[in-house]
Write a protein of this length. Structure first.
Length: 505
């Protein structure tokens, strides 16, 4: 197949959708090895042009070179990880039930089931991860691995980078034998909305604000044929610290908190927006000292800066909010904002009464320290209060973190961990939520409002969002797809229920 340049941004929505549908007919039938080779080739192309890509990304986003190089490496790892998943074939979940006239519930037909790609996928790129959640990021890698062509709605924060990544990836995919329109781009907001509603698109992924995500999810649900919409809408990622944990390691714990809030100017969906500590804890000096050492960092774009400035003003306008460390905020001649971190403190009762004025996410280097009453309370009373506070104030998040002291891994604290798991996709026992490992067991999703549909956008389980089950009953061998045939030409793992095997049920 002839390698081509980047997808043409001037194509009409209908043309893009038609090309994706045509590509799906071919891509869905490609052998796993072909798709795996395409993903590896795309990863190699990005690696070969790392210096060029990082330079473009720095210019467009203001993110640090070290951060961008790490993110580009993560993007390559994601592509290679999904290549391994495809080549292994276990993701197809192939199940064969042999015909059994003696089956306990009556004669059983020959049944053969596997997972199939859903069809063309629309991926809305994120602003804060110009590589890992963008054109060749995790959502794109998972969809391509599943056998779905991808249409990426480019984020306006890094258009040149998106175009160049698409060019490199498209050439690599085509050279490996994948259809020409396997990866396409659209640029305008109107095109993205139209594609959410286009009958050729069968699923959509989104990383961005709650407001925009809800609007797009509503469009996807209102179609004559509703499609799944996997929206990651933000998270405040509360961190709970037990009195004993703070007594044992206050200095290291608080310094780690400041670093986690400040990394990449707080423009991470896993930034800890709230730190819950016992009343009377002496944390000001450590927080102020650590925060004062954080260098100034540019926010991604003027729109992000506007939102950050507005939300910080709203929080500071709530009566009873105490400023622990006032960060800086300045605009340069181009309208870009440069910031240092801000930390404030409130009692738990004020957080409850103030509502969304305090609870809504502040996207940037800002966090709220929440003082909860501890005093002479028993462990049971304290854990019950913390569990109730999480359920009421932080019902759905990507992460929840709990720092415990020595000997606090049993009893009421263990019960609290179980309750916390209802409200987040990833529970951390120590450490900090920023930094999401790209690995099979990762869960990057959570209950509403963290996501519109609780799944994961990181880790190998992410492929499941773009697959659906199909079973064949009493089908002749020549009409079965390759993984369901007796000769198993793709050589994928299969679970087989032989005749008589289940007669003891």
């Amino acid at each position: 197949m002839t390698a081509t340049a980047a997808p043409d941004l001037d194509r009409t929505v209908d043309d893009v959708a038609r090309r994706a549908a045509d590509a799906f007919d071919e891509l869905s039938r490609t052998a796993p090895g072909v798709r795996a080779e395409g993903l590896r080739a795309a990863a190699a192309a990005l690696a070969d042009h790392a210096d060029e890509l990082v330079a473009i990304a720095q210019e467009e986003t203001g993110l640090a070179e070290a951060r961008l190089r790490g993110e580009l490496k993560r993007t390559q790892v994601q592509l290679r990880l999904f290549a391994h998943v495809v080549a292994d074939g276990a993701y197809l979940d192939v199940r064969l039930d042999e015909a059994d006239p003696e089956f306990v519930l009556g004669p059983r037909p020959d049944l053969r089931r596997s997972l199939w790609p859903v069809g063309p996928v629309l991926n809305f790129a994120a602003s804060n991860f110009p590589f890992a959640f963008s054109v060749a990021g995790g959502d794109t890698a998972a969809a391509l691995a599943a056998g779905c062509p991808v249409i990426v709605k480019v984020h306006p924060g890094h258009p040149q980078l998106s175009q160049r990544v698409a060019e490199l990836a498209s050439v690599a995919l085509a050279a490996a034998g994948l259809p020409e329109a396997t990866l396409q781009l659209v640029a305008s907001q109107d095109a993205g909305i139209a594609l959410v509603e286009h009958p050729a698109v069968r699923a959509a992924a989104f990383t961005g604000s709650q407001r925009v995500g809800q609007l797009l999810a509503a469009r996807a649900a209102a179609r004559p044929d509703p499609i799944p919409f996997y929206g990651e809408l933000g998270s405040v990622n509360p961190v709970l610290v037990s009195p004993e944990a703070l007594r044992e390691r206050a200095g290291d714990l608080l310094a780690g908190y400041v670093a986690s809030v400040s990394g990449s100017a707080g423009q991470l969906c896993t930034k800890p927006g709230f730190l819950l500590v016992p009343e009377g804890a002496g944390y000001d000096d450590v927080v102020v000292t650590a925060a004062a050492q954080v260098p100034e960092h540019r926010l991604l774009n003027p729109s992000i800066a506007d939102g950050y400035e507005r939300r910080v003003a709203e929080v500071l306008g709530v009566e009873g909010v105490r400023v622990v460390h006032a960060g800086g905020f300045r605009r340069d001649a181009d309208g870009q904002a440069w910031v240092t971190p801000t930390f404030v403190a409130v009692p738990l009762d004020l957080l409850r009464s103030a509502g969304t004025a305090l609870l809504d996410e502040v996207f940037g280097p800002f966090s709220v320290i929440v003082e909860y009453p501890a005093g002479a309370r028993s462990t049971g009373e304290l854990t019950a209060e913390l569990g109730a506070a999480v359920a009421e104030l932080f019902p759905g998040n990507l992460t929840l973190t709990l720092h415990l002291g020595s000997g606090e891994t049993e009893g009421e604290w263990a019960s609290l961990v179980t309750r916390l798991a209802r409200h987040a996709g990833r529970i951390l026992l120590g450490g900090w939520p920023t930094g999401v490992a790209v690995t099979p067991a990762m869960q990057h999703g959570g209950p509403w409002p963290a996501t519109t549909t609780d799944g994961t956008s990181v880790g190998t389980a992410a492929i499941g969002r773009f697959l659906r089950g199909v079973a064949f009953q009493d089908a002749p061998q020549e009409l079965l797809p390759p993984p369901l045939r007796d000769d198993n030409p793709w050589d994928v793992p299969r679970t087989v229920a032989a005749r008589g095997e289940s007669s003891g049920w």
